[in-house]
Design a binder for this molecule. Sequence first.
Ligand code: CA
Length: 226
Amino acid sequence: MEDKARILLVEDETALAKILGDYLNHAGMEYLWVGHGGEVMDAFRRYRPDLVLLDVMLPGVDGLTLCREIRKISETPVLLVTAKVEELDRLLGLELGADDYICKPFSPREVVARVKVVLRRVRPGARQGDTVFRCQEDAQIIYLHDHRLDLTPTEYRLLRLFLSHPGRVYSRDQIVDLTYDMDQDVTDRVVDSHIKNLRKKIAKELPDREVIYSVYGVGYRFELAY
Ligand code: CA
């Protein structure tokens, strides 16, 4: 079971947004369109996108400010879209935390290709203030506050799943599908016990703070609460 990638499409030119949206849909992604800078952070929190396609020149709050705001609370990749090549030079010099830059005019096809590239290289992680989970996938290690968490392979896969979509609720069936080997006979109780162990290990670094929430009658959700 694979979820569709969710793109927050921030663009104040309606016609352009419509074209880009169609291309994203066509490439198997879903999107939420926001045309005003002042509505972006709310939409970001609500929609929990996998990537933000962010126009620089916007009414309300500009894209550069928004990029910084997003970086304060999230590792979600941001693709900045700028109207001028000259502006690109300036953008590259700024520490915005953007993952890539695209210049207008562009072909929608190119934009979708760049979106795919950035999505592929995403490192799962989560950040809230000073609390940072970081996943080093090649070595199968997860760091919390720069300390390596001592995880079993199953616990690693569980936490990696949660970090790939903070805030998303996973049922136990989904967790089994996405983190266990097919030939393993995994009961709900096995999942619960692995979650319990994972919580204990995280609690060593983050005492008095819950990050893996039980969702009654459904499953579990990871979140770094404010
Ligand atoms: Ca614009």
